[in-house]
Design a protein around this ligand. Structure first.
Ligand code: PLP
Length: 347
């Protein structure tokens, strides 16, 4: 094997060693006495989101499979956090990176990708990203990373410090160390696949619930078993919800799904800000809304236990959108009803 590949893998492993694990913290919600909700804070990765884990896994997978060698240009279809994280790792090992994105992508996103040395290639609309990426990679002799196919298989689901192993290790000394529930939303579906497989592998008595926003077909795909479903709308909750059932989405390891109204995601994101004094992204609101529904069910059934979900990224990336009241009014609509529920039930 070439020294270049060994060096590249070393650099990626060295980077992982530079960081401690991401924090897990318990939410202070007195009215849920007996049910503890924990957030695992994935916003503290060097590239600011849980996509740091995915990008590292995808690069290692491609390097170890001989897909990326010295000088290989890496291409990805992503307008979001995946492109940001992949640009970071591409620069680390010294290969060019091109993100294929829709023309409508926010300037702030493009700036972040460029900040990490990534280039951009624009298409007219989101549905064209995949085919354009395949074509571009072909044309320049590059490698299409293809997060929506490989996310589920690039991560070692049995452990090796994946997010599931990390959660269960960090819970070890809690009053309810084995969570009754893990709650996660799906973009690629990779994180939920890792969580679900790990639960089974270790034999934990833990239920995995996947929460899904509006305009996504994951929920219907799960309920009907039809993986050819399509939607012509895009998710309004960044990072999650897809117009088709992606290959990396693994329904077989999911115990339940909950559909979450977009306004509920926003209301919960803003409610969480009051609770912990920090801004998060909207998918964290989706996750927490789901966790709160489950907590309520547990309370009604007089069950005690813990629920773990993810803080996926920081609100700093969304000051112009989810954290801008005018934008929310125009693009999501009124979320007061959900805020009232949150205030009356949990505050
Ligand atoms: C990607 C992403 C998710 C979902 O994670 P997957 O492992 O891709 O399913 C949730 N929230 C944010 C902000 C994301 O970027």
């Amino acid at each position: 094997m070439s020294k270049w590949i060994t060096d590249a893998i070393n650099k990626i492993n060295a980077d992982a060693r530079h960081s401690a694990d991401t924090h897990l913290f318990k939410l202070p919600i007195p009215r849920l006495e007996g049910v503890d909700i924990y957030l695992k804070d994935e916003s503290t990765h060097p590239t600011g989101s849980l996509k740091d884990r995915l990008a590292r896994s995808l690069f290692l997978y491609a390097l170890c499979n001989g897909k990326i060698t010295q000088g290989t240009t890496v291409v990805e279809a992503s307008s979001g956090s995946t492109a940001v994280s992949e640009a970071y790792f591409a620069r680390m090992i010294g290969v060019p990176f091109i993100a294929v994105l829709p023309k409508s992508t926010a300037r702030s996103k493009i700036r972040l990708i460029e900040f990490y040395g990534g280039q951009t290639h624009f298409v007219d609309s989101a549905p064209q990203m995949h085919d354009a990426s395949v074509a571009l990679a072909e044309q320049i002799g590059g490698y299409f990373m293809d997060q929506f196919t490989y996310a589920e298989r690039a991560t070692d689901w049995r452990g090796n410090n994946n997010i599931a192993e990390s959660v269960f290790t960090q819970m070890a000394y809690e009053p309810h160390p084995v969570p009754a529930h893990l709650v996660m939303s799906a973009g690629t579906g990779g994180t939920s696949a890792t969580l679900g497989r790990y639960i089974r592998y270790k034999g934990y008595d833990t239920q995995l619930t996947v929460v899904d926003p509006e305009n996504s077909v994951f929920y219907d795909g799960y309920m009907t078993g039809d993986c050819n479903l399509r939607s012509d709308k895009s998710s309004r909750i960044e990072g999650i919800g897809r117009p088709k059932v992606e290959h990396s989405f693994q329904p077989g390891v999911i115990d339940a799904m909950i559909r979450v109204p977009d306004a509920a995601s926003i209301a919960t994101m803003l409610w969480l800000e009051k609770l912990i004094g920090r801004k998060t992204g909207s998918s964290t609101g989706t996750n927490l809304w789901g966790a709160l529904q489950i907590a309520q069910d547990m309370r009604q059934a007089k069950r005690e236990g813990s629920i773990v979900t993810l803080l996926c990224d920081s609100g700093d990336r969304y000051l112009d959108t989810y954290h801008n009241p005018e934008w929310v009014r125009d693009c999501i609509g009124d979320y007061q009803d959900f805020d009232v529920v949150l205030e009356e039930t949990y505050s």
